[in-house]
Design a protein around this ligand. Structure first.
Ligand SMILES: Nc1ncnc2c1ncn2[C@@H]1O[C@H](COP(=O)(O)OP(=O)(O)OP(=O)(O)O)[C@@H](O)[C@H]1O
Length: 787
């Protein structure tokens, strides 16, 4: 037995197995922690103790199983050991995982930084109260001053960062408080650290202006430009802008442009233009959006800090400097560096265009103090004038004056949109610690205090003006469209009203028409009855026909149509009807003279079957051509004496009625005007359809549209209208007149006659507005000739 194996024993209960009947003797069973040992021991003791118990057999089986499992485990463990992470994921996936992990860490850090920065800025904005901040920077005493034994008159509070005291010659102290006070030992980094939050606002779309003000030699250029080994705000600002714009790459896209100019003796000079080129005259113009622009000013796109540095250096070299007794290289102009930032939000598409002005002003020295003359004196006068204008603007802003005199100098005019109002302004007031400059220092500090007292409104983001313009245009178009829509709607409404009114009229007209139709129907009925009676009396009337023929022949000699009887005396012409009278009971008799059948006006629709002839007036074969005719038949004259007094006058517009002659009444015969007989002859001569009597107008038209053998002859003499001789031209010359002997009386006719007219249907149509009475009618003889 293995000595190392730990053993534990337990006594089994004695008794017989209920299933097998084997008597179980109390034995001591040993449990081994090591299954191998256990099974071996069991096998070893089994033969000694006789037949193996079932429980032991089970244990043996389980032990074997455990051994097998152990073997499997061992082999699997070996396999697992052989596997490494590379074989599962692949190197690319692992690399990606590593990169993502790093990015995650970076983003987490950025997020935390941004959150804290935003909180700080938020607090700062609240503090700012109008976005004008004033920093005071005091330079150290220079070698000359130390040599002169000048002492420092500036005391700084040990605990407070924003206060300083000026010790006057009488040991009195004057305290000044600004947003931050930089001591002589403060580095450029420290200065920029405080400046950075304002500078970066330009990336958020705010206009920013930072300017350095102070006496000559107090370190304005040092603060703004700085020496190459100790760069100032300008360079650091652009560096920061590039850095920030890169950080915001995924959200914003920025474009940076740099311009550099100086205002020297109230003239603007482009400092980035090549010195070999002639200098352009630059002027400040107000753009449509109200911003100040300098057309023609160089605007260089910059992509990196090195590029910026080169630009700044070249611009600085071009700057006007001169030597004064206060500064060896004194700036004799205001130097302005303008950074234009165009931003586009890649998420919402919002565009911004903002300016950052970094201004190094010329020294605010007193002319007497620096002892200048000549050109320097002139420069100083200009400098002082513009600085005084700046002071006025600041004062006006501080007192919230209605008028801010921005245009009093080029400097203030240029900075108009970046001074006060809705932009962020930072002023560095530069002072000298020297007791020799005490007066100037106090002046500068007072000016700075005034600037700090300005309470401007909240800063406002500057949207890209081109975008604004686009939106404005869209808004205007929308307004215009709205107006048009309103107009159209009004038009539609008025049209609807008119339509409704017309519909109403239409309905009432329809009702009237219905009434008239019913009246007409009534009248027709009555007339049919009358006509039936008239036809019944026809045989008696037939005998009168022969006498009527004679009368008709006599009437042809009548030159003038008898005037119409007074309307009261005239028999009313009955309504037009398509009623066909029944055929005459009398045998049809050939005749060549009767004129009682008229081709009616209504019968203009030739070829239709509604042709009619009066039963009383048989016509020649031509007149029997199928015609549509409307007949108006005079009723039987009343037999009463009163009725007999009525004078039956022939109708002028005979074309629309077939008149039935009254027996024994000369009035009832249709008077045939000589001109009508002329038409008949003409028509016959033309080979046209022959009819007895036609409506003169209709005859005229049929002449117009019939072939004219003597067309040219006609056109040379006069118009066809002039040939008419209808009843309307009762004043026409008589037939016996010689052609050409007739003289028109009307002046218009005279004029028309003088003019040689070319005959054409078109012309005729064009002349339709000319009153026919104004046109001469030719004598029938001439007409016949022409025909
Ligand atoms: N904070 C400072 N630390 C060290 N040196 C300084 C500091 N400020 C100014 N100087 C030094 O003072 C001198 C004058 O500075 P700077 O030319 O910048 O004055 P300025 O105000 O621009 O004068 P000007 O108005 O005549 O142009 C320079 O030599 C500059 O190096």
């Amino acid at each position: 037995m293995d000595q190392t194996a730990e053993m534990s024993s337990e006594k089994f209960n004695t008794g017989s197995d209920p299933f097998t009947g084997i008597v179980l003797e109390p034995i001591e069973t040993t449990y081994f922690e090591d299954e191998d040992t256990l099974s071996n021991n069991i096998r070893e003791i089994s033969p000694v103790q006789g037949p193996t118990l079932p429980i032991l057999q089970k244990i043996i089986c389980l032990s074997t199983e455990i051994q097998n499992l152990k073997r499997d485990h061992t082999s699997l463990s070996d396999q697992v050991k052989g596997l490494n992470t590379d074989s599962v994921l692949g190197s690319d996936a692992l690399e990606t995982l590593r990169v993502l992990g790093k990015e995650y860490e970076l983003l987490k850090k950025k997020y935390i930084d941004e959150s804290s920065e935003r909180k700080r800025l938020y607090n700062e904005v609240i503090e700012l109260k109008g976005n004008i901040r004033v920093f005071c920077r005091c330079r150290p005493l220079n070698q000359a001053e130390i040599a002169n034994g000048s002492s420092s008159v500036v005391e700084f509070g040990s605990s407070l960062e924003n206060e300083l005291q000026i010790v006057s010659s009488d040991s009195s102290k004057k305290q000044f408080k600004y947003d931050h006070v930089f001591k002589p030992e403060d580095s450029q980094e420290a200065v920029f650290e405080q400046t950075k939050p304002i500078v970066t606002s330009v990336l958020d779309g705010y206009n920013v202006c930072i300017f350095a003000y102070g006496q000559t030699g107090t370190g304005k250029t040092f603060t703004m430009e700085g020496p190459p080994e100790n760069r100032g705000v300008n360079y650091r600002t652009l560096e920061e802008l590039f850095c920030n714009s890169k950080d915001r790459n995924g959200v914003m896209r920025y474009e940076l442009f740099v311009s550099m100019l100086e205002v020297y003796n109230e003239k603007i000079r482009d400092l980035l233009v090549d010195s070999n080129q002639p200098s352009k005259k630059l002027e400040i113009k107000q753009a449509a959006e109200g911003t100040q622009e300098v057309p023609g000013l160089t605007e260089a796109r910059v992509y990196g800090t090195e590029e910026v540095w080169e630009l700044l250096k070249s611009g600085g070299r071009a700057r006007s400097v001169g030597s004064t007794n206060a500064n060896e290289l004194s700036s004799r102009s205001h130097c302005l560096l303008r950074v234009t930032v165009k931003g586009e939000n890649l998420i919402n598409g919002q565009k911004t265009r903002s300016h950052l002005w970094l201004v190094d002003l010329a020294g605010s020295e007193r002319v007497g103090k620096i002892e200048v003359e000549g050109e320097r004196l002139k420069e100083s006068q200009f400098i002082n004038k513009s600085l005084s204008a700046l002071g006025d603007v600041i004062s006006a802003l501080a007192t919230k004056s209605g008028h801010i005199p921005y245009r009093n100098s080029k400097l203030t005019h240029m900075l108009q949109s970046s001074l006060g109002g809705d932009c962020k302004t930072l002023m560095f007031v530069q002072i000298s610690p020297s007791s020799a400059d005490l007066g100037e220092t106090i002046c500068s500090l007072n000016f700075a205090s005034r600037v700090r007292g300005i309470e401007s409104g909240p800063a406002r983001k500057q949207a890209d003006v081109s975008e604004l313009f686009k939106y404005k245009q869209m808004a205007e178009k929308l307004k215009h469209d709205d107006k048009e829509t309103k107009k159209l709607q009004e038009n539609v409404q008025s049209l609807q009203l008119r339509l409704a009114a017309r519909e109403h009229i239409c309905r009432s007209l329809q009702e009237k028409a219905r009434d008239l139709e019913s009246q007409l129907a009534e009248e027709r009925k009555t007339r049919i009855k009358q006509e039936t009676r008239a036809f019944a009396a026809a045989p008696a009337q037939y005998s009168a026909m022969s006498s009527m023929k004679q009368q008709s022949a006599q009437r042809t000699k009548i030159e003038r149509k008898p005037p119409l009887a007074p309307s009261k005396l005239r028999m009313p012409l009955r309504g037009i009807t398509n009623f066909m009278p029944p055929p005459s009971p009398l045998p049809r008799k050939k005749t060549t003279t009767t004129t009682t059948t008229f081709r009616t006006k209504m019968g203009a629709a030739e070829g239709k079957e509604n042709t009619t002839r009066t039963a009383m007036a048989p016509t020649n074969t031509r007149s029997l051509l199928p015609r549509r005719a409307s007949i108006a038949v005079r009723p039987q004259p009343p037999t009463s004496a009163a009725a007999a007094t009525q004078v039956m006058q022939p109708r002028r517009r005979v074309s629309i009625a077939t008149l039935r002659p009254e027996p024994n009444s000369s009035h009832m015969t249709t008077p045939l005007h000589p001109s009508l007989s002329h038409f008949r002859n003409v028509n016959a001569a033309m080979g046209g359809r022959q009819s007895f009597v036609r409506d003169p107008r209709k005859a005229r038209y049929s002449n117009l549209f019939s072939p004219l053998p003597d067309y040219k002859t006609v056109s040379e003499t006069t118009t066809p209208i002039a040939m008419r001789s209808s009843s309307k031209f009762m004043g026409s010359p008589p037939t016996h007149q010689q052609p050409g002997s007739w003289k028109p009386r009307h002046p218009t006719v005279v004029a028309l006659q003088r003019k040689t007219l070319v005959w054409s249907p078109m012309k005729l149509r064009g002349m339709k507005n000319i009153r026919r009475s104004m046109l001469p009618s030719l004598p029938s003889s001439s007409s016949s000739e022409m025909q």
